[in-house]
Design a protein around this ligand. Structure first.
Ligand SMILES: [Zn+2]
Length: 259
């Protein structure tokens, strides 16, 4: 059977038969690849811990009729710090689910792989040691993912009348337009969220700056929470359902507040 090598991030798996698993790996040069990992659930499997979720792995795959088969694997990075933090883990579940839901099958773009790999690396590093930076990073990932997939939120002018956005007006975010709307274009029948200036400023910084700049951004908890809500609603509108992991993220946040 011909085999080939590729590097990717494990973004999903499901159990198959008694000891196998189907894994989805998001690769740099082939997009999403589904492969069967045979015997991976046996205690002494050589593939074992290498194929945990979020690991960056070097894979050897054999072409199959429907699915590829994993014939070899080496872990490149296993992000041990993310795994010891429940809130980081919940965010990563959500972000990888977005790759699974939003990136079309067969779609290849190395920038998407780089975005996910860089986000995981920063989440796993010293740069990300507080809740605000962690959330900024997750929101930046969402904005940049939307930009790369052609859903960039329009934040500089009203999506209907094209008036530039000022710091004194009041604005709404329209999921249908993927854009801000000014008050005079807003119709009370429209669904949508009013957006306050701090949240708007945060979204603009996230859209403009690179990921590493985020630890320097001054964001209030309230502005950031509002920016997060607007992004999550917009994503829900695009994928036409609520991502499963969103509830997990909310639950973990609830736990943190109670402790
Ligand atoms: Zn307008």
């Amino acid at each position: 059977m011909p085999t080939y090598r590729t590097k990717g991030i494990v973004i999903k798996y499901s159990d198959l038969r008694e000891t196998d698993r189907i894994i989805t790996v998001f690769t740099a040069n082939l997009g999403k690849v589904q492969a069967v990992a045979k015997g991976v659930r046996k205690t002494l499997s050589k593939l074992g811990g290498h194929l945990d979720l979020f690991n960056i792995v070097q894979l050897e795959l054999a072409n199959g009729r429907n699915l590829e088969t994993v014939t070899g694997v080496q872990t490149v990075t296993n992000f041990s710090r993310i795994r010891t933090s429940l809130s980081k883990t919940s965010q990563v579940y959500y972000l990888t689910e977005l790759i699974d839901q939003l990136v079309p099958a067969e779609y290849k773009d190395t920038r998407l792989f780089d975005l996910l790999a860089s986000t995981l690396k920063i989440l796993d590093s010293d740069v990300c040691d507080d809740e605000i930076t962690e959330s900024l990073l997750a929101q930046a990932f969402k904005v940049k993912l939307l930009q790369l997939l052609g859903f960039a939120p329009q934040l500089n002018q009203c999506g209907q009348c094209s008036q530039p956005i000022t710091t004194t007006g009041s604005y709404f975010f329209s999921n249908q337009l993927g854009s801000l709307k000014c008050r005079s274009c807003w119709d009370s029948k429209n669904q949508g969220t009013e957006i306050a200036l701090p949240a708007l400023k945060i979204l603009r910084v996230l859209a403009r700056e690179n990921l590493l700049y985020l630890s320097k951004v001054n964001a209030s908890q309230q502005g950031l929470a509002e920016a997060e809500r607007i992004l999550d609603n917009y994503i829900k509108y695009i994928i036409e359902k609520e991502p499963r992991s969103l509830r997990f993220v909310a639950k973990v946040k609830g736990l943190a507040k109670r402790s």
